[in-house]
Write a protein that binds this ligand. Sequence first.
Ligand SMILES: C[S@@+](CC[C@H](N)C(=O)[O-])C[C@H]1O[C@@H](n2cnc3c(N)ncnc32)[C@H](O)[C@@H]1O
Length: 209
Amino acid sequence: MVERVVKPEILDNLDATNPAAIRSRKDLRLINWCMRGESWILSQLESFDNLTKVVEVGAGDAQLTNKIKLKFPHIQIIACDLIDRPKHLHKEICWLVGDILDSDCFDENTVVVANLFIHHLDDEALYRLSDKIRPCRALIMAEPHRYWFSKLLGYLTYPLVNNVTKHDMMVSIDAGFRFGELAGLIDLDWHWDERAALGGIRSIAKKNL
Ligand SMILES: C[S@@+](CC[C@H](N)C(=O)[O-])C[C@H]1O[C@@H](n2cnc3c(N)ncnc32)[C@H](O)[C@@H]1O
């Protein structure tokens, strides 16, 4: 687990209506509950003065997106994923279907958030993402920590999750990040703050004003 390895995840290539994909997205809710990354992201959003716009990248079934809407009902929220708009998504949230690297939804008011998504991107894609989000205010990420202990925690969930989740969890950890690594891979000269917790790396990068 020394080098970062980005390999395809099964969920990204399954139709959203496939029962194994539906089950795996449910498993993700359990994993997210255990890792607490979503609640950490919500708490970080609270620290912004005059928060007016949030873009969530790789939003999946939009559990976090809806929580952002509940907590910040009056801001603009955009979420992007390869899958179609989830049925339960709040009607005022804009949903973009497609590759986030082709999107033009970022501007100087935007705080970008990502929960278990950034590790899908290889080094070149991370470089392209940096360019996209350069005008933004900040990037908040909760990602897998590439560390043996994360795998150990992952194995504990095996009795409760399906084969797609088991595969993707281990692939995600191998594609995850070591402490301090993201600041080198995302080409933005911003202020970084990072901590490891519960198998995850929690990073916040803010533009230097
Ligand atoms: C591990 S899931 C996490 C979903 C959600 N953030 C969560 O925590 O439940 C990663 C998501 O990234 C999406 N994804 C993968 N590559 C993407 C890309 N290039 N652009 C947008 N979404 C992408 C997948 O469809 C999937 O829903």
